[in-house]
Design a protein around this ligand. Sequence first.
Ligand SMILES: Cc1ncc(COP(=O)(O)O)c(C=O)c1O
Length: 505
Amino acid sequence: MGIGRKGREKDMGEREGRGKDREKAIGEKKEKKEREKVLGGEEMWVKGGGERGNKGVGEGEGKSGLGSLHHYLDDHQSLPDNHTSQKVHQPLPVNTPCLHHDPITTKMSRRLAEDLGYMKNDSGFFSKAVHEGVSSSKWSHRALVPPVVTSTLFDLSSDEDYFYSRIKNPTRSCLQEALAATENAKFGVVVSSGQAASSLVVHLLKTGDHIVAMDDIYAGTNTVLRDIVPRMGIEIDFVDMRDLSYVRKLLKSNTKLVWIESPSNPTMKVIDIRALADMVKQHEGILLAIDNTFMSPYFQRPLDLGADIVMHSMSKYINGHSDVVMGGVVTNREDVYNRLDSLFTTLGPVPSAFDCYLVLRSLKTLPVRMEQHMMTGLEVARFLEGHPCVEKVLHPGLPSHPQHQLSKSQSFGHSGMFSFYIKGNDLETAKNFLKKLKVFTQATSLGGPESLCVHPATITHQQLPLEERERYGITAGLIRVSCGLETPAHLTADLDQALRAAVPY
Ligand SMILES: Cc1ncc(COP(=O)(O)O)c(C=O)c1O
């Protein structure tokens, strides 16, 4: 990769040293490859050692690699006395002693989602989040933390991969690899915002093509589809995709993209991703793209359910610290990736190397944060469901949610996102409630450590026509909640005091 090389002015002796460094790095790469071969190669974190990107949940179990060992231990609690699996004696990429205890801790931390009946999550996800994309063998100095390569240009005197940072950048490459791994994808592209990611996907199409999009989606995406897409000469239809027969009726010979968000922002509608993917696959040339921002790859991996493209606003859970704006797109389709990569180079939505470094850092704690967001979110949602000042709570993890069963059958849990209708469902009460909050902040965005409440009708979705908002359920009394990482009791106490102060009950 050439990071850490000293520069043009160095004398021949140093050049020789540099050559040796590079040789060493190549040797290390080889050594790592050999080690990975023994451990199951790049599939080593995938549950059951299955093929990355092509395995459904629960498929391909018990083959090779760390994943299968975790899986075995999940079922058996401890290794049998006579267990002499060669895997334990290999130079494992994670702390070997943890293997004997890990199943207990992962079992405990994932108990909530599993007890609620969500799909069993990949026990290797935690390791994947820490190690993918950031191997120290990529650079000669072997730093464990990837270098922040701010250089826009690269010395072209050797045939390295890097040329100019708009086209490719080492820190960005690490993040792309790591992001793709978390979604069980082969390819990833990271861009300067979630909006840029949606725009890049839309640019896969050309004049004369047709898109079918879910009607109730993030307002920014809605604007891209309503404003930009028709100017490109692309037709667009919006439809409520909870009933897939509506989608079927809209598919036609020039349909090239089906766009969904599940759960939707802010009304938390859940779409049957598997069934939609099956339907789309019956029509040649249609791509199914899903905005997975609300779930993060930890709780939902749509490529495994049959989607072709997953898009993220990484400004939310993936970065998770409310300090980076970034987007990402992943896919298993090489043709789609090549086109996205070429569009990226041409359109230039480049995220900074420093931001890529920050998001790589955040990715390592994604599973831990998501577990906590889920626990806190559910506790707060349950509290509100029983509150006299609340009309209704929309949270896919609650049995009262209309697609609760569906949600559990296609996800591994749920994030800290949900919405609720305040009693009376009127603007004045909603605004008063928001003003009284002391621990929650009234702010847009989501997925950070601080808990937020926002009023979709006047903030995030205010650009939609009133009649449309009402149809989707974005009424004056709807409040969207992003549960952060604070003490749950502080959050419920805050909501309670604000509700009692604002609602005339
Ligand atoms: C579901 C969803 N998708 C996409 C976006 C756009 O992402 P960004 O703000 O990173 O451009 C947002 C932003 O709030 C969002 O909530």
